[in-house]
Design a protein around this ligand. Structure first.
Ligand code: ADP
Length: 167
């Protein structure tokens, strides 16, 4: 039986930390569906189409990974896809409480689907999308160490646009 995992997130934008988790998941599962949350309460820098395009292009090298927009409950989406697991990245203790709460709630709704936590390489422990957005705001070239080139280019373009319109 083929095993599918769903990896949900906001991906605003996708980073090398996300890619690290996806690569690990793609080795464990037959199929990985990256579920890009579109109705989250979070206000995002990139639109859902932009986040989708950046994720899709960044993941082109993985034959068993695809990206899907997801507007409903993740656990329900996972069930519809026939997934056996939801994958989440765990970086530090600070992630734990929120992740535990979500995993338990998802398990209560659909007990057959387990949440699986994967740890990224330690070089990504302190990386998250909001730090990248912050660095991009100040035009820091350091973002290139932490996101795919197309994402860095998109961030710089977004900031140039913002600066032009502000001034
Ligand atoms: P969400 O809003 O659902 O947290 P994110 O896009 O921020 O969406 O993150 C999606 C998943 O990726 C989460 O499980 C998060 O813990 C994980 N993640 C984010 N950044 C990293 C990273 N640098 N290393 C490992 N996992 C990460």
């Amino acid at each position: 039986m083929e095993r599918t995992a769903v990896y949900p997130g906001t991906f605003d934008p996708i980073t090398n930390g996300h890619l690290d988790i996806i690569e690990r998941a793609a080795q464990i599962f037959d199929w990985v569906i990256v579920a890009l949350a579109v109705n989250s309460a979070k206000k995002t820098l990139f639109t859902e189409q932009e986040r989708f395009a950046l994720a899709t292009q960044s993941l082109a090298q993985f034959a068993n990974v695809r990206v899907t927009l997801c507007s409903g409950l993740i656990v329900e989406f996972a069930r519809q896809q026939g997934a056996v697991a939801i994958v989440r990245g765990l970086r530090a203790v600070s992630d734990f409480e929120y992740e535990l709460q979500m995993a338990l709630m998802n398990k209560k709704m659909i007990p057959e689907i387990n949440t699986m936590f994967l740890m990224p390489h330690e070089r990504y422990t302190y990386l998250n999308s909001s730090i990248i957005r912050e660095l991009a705001r100040y035009g820091s070239p350091t973002i290139r160490d932490f996101v795919p080139a197309i994402v860095a280019d998109a961030l710089m373009k977004k900031e140039e646009f913002r600066a032009r319109n502000a001034g």
